[in-house]
Write a protein that binds this ligand. Structure first.
Ligand code: DMJ
Length: 480
């Protein structure tokens, strides 16, 4: 048993907790001291206790991965088996790359070293495997880059570059510049000519940073070319559809579906990319598109702010009142983009869903809040928005909501071997679906940790995270 595993004891629970209870109204000041501290025992702040819980839960999930699936993409925490995320029979050690900067932020330096050594010895970016470009960029390239920023290890940057070089044919072979969905890392063969907006436009952060770090403009140029191709196909209403044929340049999916999947992070990368890369073109596009989305898609239902899909050419509602949990990130994005009022209102809408179910279902009917897809996919978007809104406002209401979300997840999705997606969030006894998605290690508990730990390893003011929760700016190097 590794030193790491042997020193992980049972999950510590505070003996007494003062506030951060469910319900509206915010929480007490962050300096509140709780616990039964004696004269010689230092008092522990409420924040520190929560941060400890958060780290314990992260390490519980991590321990499950390490024990059953180390070196493989994802863990099945109930059956203790492994799951290949990108291609059957191929591993990229996805959860290792996903967890890397979270482990760093939590001070788990021995684990960081172990992860880096695995990546340097075993991560093969030239495998004969056809991978989804979008996922490889946000998860692997982004994870390697943030790992490099955290540790200063040049090999991680080298790996990110090698991998990006193998992904570029998806952009270069496309007559429009919009990437094919898949590329074979060894042969460069591409496939998947119908691509969604999230797949086309969620790479500017990783490729922009890679261009900056390597001095090679090809990566960011590829992102920009793809963006331009999409923006040139805006409707007269200023809206975008859902998916395009990357060879003909024709729209295939004509619903303006933002902020829902499969377009979600396209808009995120314009806003965050604009400020991270100092590129006003991205910022302008974000503003123009967001104005159109707010004008044409915003709808108040039951007193709550939602966004409904419309035909991007006519503005007519396409029918269906569905909102996917993946779209919950949009509350934070609106706020970061300068519309705090709508961001807060949309966050409240998702909080109403959390109030009803305890764990967010994958899809709801926003007119009734009925769960349309009842599965609980261990997704991080609500916590991501809470984190963004808290950073912008300093309002502890958002930390309170995030903590409630955390306790819901801990209560319903924790299994002996880690954390698992569940079949039905409304079931009295949740049935685990036996998977810890890689993104759980990158995102879910990182947001909570950054809200409660006061870690010196992250600059709360200047820090910037990708759609996969990778810290691309604001990591403070406290260790090499
Ligand atoms: C993550 O992989 C990323 O946040 C992505 O943008 C979409 N959502 C998943 C997790 O739900």
């Amino acid at each position: 048993m590794s030193r790491f595993l042997s020193r992980l004891g049972p999950v510590a629970r505070p003996t007494r907790r003062s506030v951060l209870t469910a319900g509206a109204g915010g929480v007490a000041a962050a300096t509140l001291v709780v616990g039964a501290a004696g004269p010689s025992e230092p008092a522990v702040s409420q924040d520190a206790l929560i941060a400890q819980q958060v780290r314990d839960e992260f390490l519980h999930g991590w321990r499950g991965y390490v024990a059953a699936a180390w070196g493989y993409d994802e863990v099945r925490p109930v059956s203790r088996r492994r799951h290949d995320f990108f291609a059957p029979g191929h591993t990229f050690g996805l959860s290792i790359v996903e967890a890397l900067d979270t482990l760093y932020l939590m001070g788990e330096d021995a684990e960081v070293t172990r992860c880096c050594e695995w990546i340097e010895r075993h991560l093969d970016p030239v495998q004969d495997a056809s991978v989804q470009v979008f996922e490889a960029v946000i998860r692997l390239v982004g994870g390697l880059l943030s790992g490099h920023l955290a540790t200063g290890r040049p090999a991680l940057l080298d790996r990110a570059r090698q991998l990006a070089d193998r992904l570029l044919p998806a952009f270069a072979h496309s007559p429009t510049g919009m990437p094919y969905t898949h590329v074979n890392l060894r042969t460069g063969a591409v496939r998947g000519a119908v691509s969604t907006l999230a797949e086309i436009g969620s790479n500017a952060l990783e490729f922009g940073l890679l261009s900056r770090l390597t001095g090679d403009a090809r990566y960011y140029d590829a992102s920009l070319r793809a963006y331009r191709a999409v923006l040139a196909r805006r409707s007269a209403l200023g809206l975008l559809g859902t998916s395009l044929h990357v060879e003909s340049g024709r729209w295939v999916g004509c619903a303006a579906a933002a902020p829902n999947a499969p377009v979600d992070s396209f808009y995120e990368y314009l806003q965050v990319g604009g400020s991270f890369l100092g590129d006003s073109r991205l910022t302008d596009w974000y503003r123009q598109l967001t104005d159109a989305i707010v004008r044409r898609q915003a709808v108040v239902s039951g007193g709550r702010l939602w966004f409904r899909p419309v035909d991007f050419r006519t503005g007519r509602p396409t029918g269906g009142n569905r909102a996917g949990e993946l779209g919950a990130f949009y509350a934070g994005l609106l706020a970061k983009g300068g519309d705090l009022r709508r961001g807060a209102a949309h966050f409240d809408a998702w909080t109403a869903v959390l109030d009803r179910y305890g764990v967010l279902p994958e899809v709801v009917d926003f007119t009734t809040l009925a769960a349309v897809d009842r599965s609980g996919q261990l997704r991080p978007e609500y916590a991501n928005s809470a984190f963004d809104l808290w950073r912008l406002t300093g309002d502890d209401h958002y930390r309170s909501c995030a903590y409630r979300w955390f306790t819901g997840m801990r209560g319903r999705q924790r299994v002996e071997g880690g954390y698992s997606v569940i079949r039905d969030v409304t079931a009295a006894v949740p049935v685990p679906e036996d998977l810890t998605p890689g993104y759980w290690f990158a995102e879910n508990l990182k947001y909570l940790w950054l809200m409660f730990s006061a870690t010196p390893r992250f600059d709360l003011r200047a820090g910037l995270l990708s759609t996969e929760g990778k810290v691309l700016e604001g990591l403070r190097r406290a260790w090499v």
